[in-house]
Design a protein around this ligand. Structure first.
Ligand SMILES: O=C(O)c1ccccc1N[C@@H]1O[C@H](COP(=O)(O)O)[C@@H](O)[C@H]1O
Length: 214
């Protein structure tokens, strides 16, 4: 069984090449000025162009207004748009209906009640990403959440696990939750916004090695 891997917050060609080499499936470009991983739309488009075909491009936006969202999609032409703020299901549905890109929605998971409410995104999001609840920043903080919240949940929407993953804990996370996709940013960095090619390789290796045992 193959678990998909997304490496997020890449901002140069070398880290994109490292993600591809390590066998990742998706790479993320963050367009959010408060993030240490922020890239301009022009730079995001360049990076997308430089990526090998094996890697799908995810453009991450946080509460972007309709004008910026439309502009970002037309400039970057991502395979996936990841909404990581408090975007509504209605807004996601509109974007999904008007774009060729998949629409993913990140949700901070506090408890089972938050998880139950995620059903509002049925028909609006192609995938949910379960992450730690937002703090000063909505994501990318290297914080995990209580994976037991996902125990026994009947996932109606394809999903992925995010939040504080790294090469050391990703196998426990997979044993605990069996995610179809794992998503990492801080856990493959040497400092905020600085990707480390060895950590990218170690993360992907841990996932692939565990996959082979199942
Ligand atoms: O990466 C960021 O800077 C970021 C900024 C704003 C919203 C989300 C962001 N990143 C996403 O957050 C999760 C978890 O990241 P981490 O592994 O805990 O650092 C992941 O989906 C990132 O893509």
């Amino acid at each position: 069984m193959k678990t998909e891997i997304k490496i997020c917050g890449l901002s140069n060609e070398a880290s994109i090449a490292a993600a591809a080499e390590a066998g990742a499936d998706y790479f993320g470009l963050v367009h959010f000025e408060k993030s240490p991983r922020h890239v301009s739309l022009e730079r995001a488009a360049e990076l997308r162009e430089s990526a090998p075909e094996s890697l799908k491009t995810v453009l991450l936006l946080v509460n972007a207004d309709p004008k910026l969202t439309g502009h970002a999609i037309s400039v970057v032409r991502p395979d996936v748009i990841q909404f990581h703020g408090s975007e509504t299901a209605e807004w996601l549905k509109l974007v999904r209906d008007q774009s060729n890109a998949e629409v993913w929605k990140a949700l901070g998971l506090r408890d089972k009640a938050t998880l139950a409410k995620s059903s509002r995104f049925e028909g609006a999001a192609d995938r949910l990403l379960f992450d730690a609840p937002a703090k000063a920043l909505p994501g990318g903080t290297g914080t995990s959440f209580d994976w037991n919240v996902l125990d026994g949940h009947d996932h109606k929407i394809p999903w992925g696990l995010a939040g504080g993953l790294d090469a050391d804990n990703v196998v426990s996370a997979m044993e605990s939750t069996s995610p179809p996709l794992v998503d990492v940013s801080s856990g493959v960095e040497s400092a905020p916004g600085v990707k480390d090619v060895d950590r990218i390789a170690a993360f992907c290796q841990a996932v692939r090695t565990y996959d082979e045992t199942r």
